[in-house]
Design a protein around this ligand. Sequence first.
Ligand code: GLY
Length: 388
Amino acid sequence: MSSPRTSDVLVIGGGIIGLVTAWRAAQRGFATAVADPAPGGGAAQVAAGMLAAVTELHHGEQTLLGLNLASARRYPDFAAELTELTGHDLGYRRCGTLAVALDSDDRAHLRELHALQARSGLESEWLSGRECRRLEPLLAPGVRGGLRVDGDHQIDPRRLTAALLAACERAGVVFHRVRAERLSVAGGRAAGVVTRDGATLAAGQVVLAGGSLSGRLAGVPRDVLPPVRPVKGQVLRLTVTPRYAPFLSRTVRAVVRGSQVYLVPRENGELVVGATSEELGWDTTVTAGGVYELLRDAHELVPGITELPLTETRAGLRPGTPDNAPLLGPTQLPGLLLATGHYRNGVLLTPVTGDAMAHVLATGELPDEARPFTPRRFGAAALSEQPV
Ligand code: GLY
């Protein structure tokens, strides 16, 4: 019988990936619980929320592209369902993206991206500098050209998180506001967790969705621990005051001297500028250097940005994996599943992750589009197969 400390599905981690997994599991009829000292936190509180399957395409990531596109296609229905259920406006804005080049190196890089997009069957249009400025008049005169991608949109990840929390509550998900310290294993399968306050939470299936912390849960057999690492991103929030509105009508991004910079304008006047990419362990310090580089690069793209109030600086940790793709589904330890490692695409991949995890929890099998993302692709052998 289910009690507050016993569930069919226990999700470790209440960030957007944990929440969407819990929500979809509860909708399938599973008695579902989430263990997290502060549900609704995590990297989504920092992320800009670009839904950038096309502009963030990279060589060698064709398989990930398939999952990214599958999730992008689900976004309209996903957002409508969440809004209808919870009454929350998610800030889902189908505004498109403009990726621009400031010098000949940047332009060569963008041309290369354009060719890769075309080979991948994706829609993007090459524009001259003048055409870019016609779309976005505040762009710097030095912009040499750009790629217009009308299919890459944005959502406000903080609003998305709040809506997912509300949806979980409506679906009867139980929240244990405490840290899961150790995985319990009994009879060769995951059986729940022991929490920081010493309580045992028992579950038929445990989903580890702890973002960059997913590799640190005690009690997980070494060869099952997800290979995730934290990749720091510093992000700024500015406000477009009425005097400067409209500032930008779509997401504008570029690679400046090898670093990514993007400006994401919200309908409510918030302008998000991101992001650094730093391999510094669990450090989330906002540094003068990080803020300087982001503002310097953003200023090269849109000089007027320095007139705007800077309202927030923050750093978050992306859960990076060896192939930049997420880890979804069963591990070699029966009863333990992963939903982590979403790296740069956590917000984009939220809808497809929720669907895939609910499917695998119910059937034991990942749906076709999620199969390549099995944690088993890293070849971790089952603990029982290891020499002792
Ligand atoms: N996808 C944007 C970032 O990770 O900075």
